[in-house]
Design a protein around this ligand. Sequence first.
Ligand code: SF4
Length: 198
Amino acid sequence: MSERLTTLKEEITACRLCAERFAATATRHSPRPVAWFRPGARLLIAGQAPGMRVHKSGRPFDDPSGDRLRDWLGLSEAEFWDQSRVAIVPMAFCFPGYDAKGSDLPPPPVCRATWHDPLFAALGPLPLRIYVGGHAHRYHLGTRAGVTETVAAWRDHLPHALPLPHPSWRNTGWLKRNPWFEAELLPVLRARVREVLT
Ligand code: SF4
């Protein structure tokens, strides 16, 4: 299975399925898939899609959202970016471009449709899976509920999964309105992350 994972990583990194779609956006960028996983990973971070900064650096969550996410998880940068322990699999592996308001476009569905089934089959049942943001909640948890309702029901998914809001600065107001997130969820999240990584 580890051979299959290595092959998939090479195939995803070489993928250019969205070249025309991205060329038609304001940034006219080319696909740059950020495929971040290795055999033996124990923690899955399932997010949305890379932003522009990650598109440039080639490293997932290499931005202020990532700083906040690492704080939530209680992980150092070295631990977080250790691909043999942490697999980072978004709903799309490339930066999708901006909409008219300057927000990131949604992840192209073709990415999930092309890569997720073979990739998750090869990754196997990781002992802890963190679903970050509404796109990941809907796909991985099969829910139609909003982010607040989904995250508020976090205990339902333990011990092997936890839903989180997106760590973007745009959600700073959400964090203030939902103090239970930092007071109750984060201590449990950090303890589970330590358990599965040690
Ligand atoms: S977003 Fe996914 S499907 Fe589209 S080019 Fe990137 S890796 Fe390929």
